[in-house]
Design a protein around this ligand. Structure first.
Ligand SMILES: C[S@@+](CC[C@H](N)C(=O)[O-])C[C@H]1O[C@@H](n2cnc3c(N)ncnc32)[C@H](O)[C@@H]1O
Length: 288
């Protein structure tokens, strides 16, 4: 990395900094040091966000070229690395679109608001809301182009999916974090399931309960999206050396829900003793 030039970041390493990126933004996000050198601690985050940007850019390019597109709602935004980088690389140069960050920690919301104001990123808004409350919020558009959730804690990814379904998101880009809800349900019915099926061996040990809970959670999420009219792709975000929470779920609205996915989802809920989740988490499933 070289020192920034005229407010733009310049790099010898194309993987680190993109041409034309705002050096001030990268410093504020602690990706660059005050001297304009790459901060090694932030490199991992930067790598994840760049990878995600590659996937997202392709999708955003499919949207109509109009000032109101893209509308992007980022759930569990944290310091809004993703939102700021998307704005800087995609929305700002085109002069279009709006990014909304949804975050429960008020100090992060305030910090992001101040940073956006300082940088003149005036088509960014930050809402002090939980992802669950975002579903009912009037401060967010009735329809959105994209929902993102990068490592949004626990069930915030499920709430982001619910938001995306309610607001007819064209795309959802989800990198789930740990989720405790399914593992808790598996734990609760463990004794009963062990007497019923040898498959319950898969989650007898506490470590396996957690791991399988995580796997089942994401499988159910994918089926739910398919049942509700989305085409789903699951891939890796970056190499496992960069992040353990590395599963990327890309969903594209195609309009027609898959009946077979809804059936499979119900069967899995029943098989794993998770029927209680049908009404709380998967309430939009078409009737059996
Ligand atoms: C692990 S951080 C990830 C932040 C950011 N997406 C990133 O990748 O840098 C998760 C963020 O989600 C926020 N969060 C947790 N539960 C949430 C909820 N239910 N609704 C909205 N935000 C939530 C936390 O406060 C935290 O800032």
């Amino acid at each position: 990395m070289e020192a920034p030039d005229g407010g733009r970041a310049v790099s010898k390493d194309k993987d680190d900094i993109r041409p034309g990126q705002s050096a001030e933004l990268l410093k504020e996000l602690h990706i660059l040091t005050r001297e304009g050198k790459l901060n090694q601690d932030s490199r991992r985050k930067l790598k994840q966000v760049y990878h995600l940007h590659q996937f997202i850019e392709k999708l955003l390019l499919e949207l109509p070229a109009a000032p109101e597109h893209p509308s992007i709602v980022d759930h569990g935004a944290g310091k809004s690395y993703l939102g700021f980088i998307l704005y800087d690389l995609f929305l700002k140069p085109r002069g279009v679109g709006q990014v909304y960050g949804v975050e429960t920690r008020p100090e992060l919301v305030e910090r992001s608001r101040q940073l956006a104001a300082r940088l003149g990123f005036d088509r960014m808004s930050f809402l002090h809301l939980s992802a669950a409350d975002a579903v009912r919020s009037d401060s967010l558009p009735a329809e959105v182009d994209m929902v993102t959730a990068l490592h949004a804690c626990d069930t915030a990814t499920d709430d982001a999916i619910e938001f995306g379904l309610a607001r007819r998101a064209r795309f959802m880009v989800l990198v789930p974090c740990c989720q405790a809800e399914v593992a808790a349900c598996l734990r609760q019915s463990k004794a009963l399931q062990l007497s019923r099926t040898p498959l319950a061996e898969l989650w007898r040990h506490p470590l396996h309960t957690r791991e399988l809970g995580s796997q089942v959670t994401n499988v159910l999420r994918c089926l739910y999206l398919e049942a509700c009219g989305y085409q789903v792709t699951v891939t890796e975000l970056v190499g496992w050396e960069h992040s353990l929470k590395n599963e990327l779920i890309l969903a594209r609205r195609v309009g027609h829900g898959k009946r077979s996915a809804a059936e499979r989802l119900r069967q899995l809920l029943s098989e794993f003793g998770l029927d209680a989740l049908a009404s709380s988490r998967f309430s939009r499933l078409p009737p059996a």
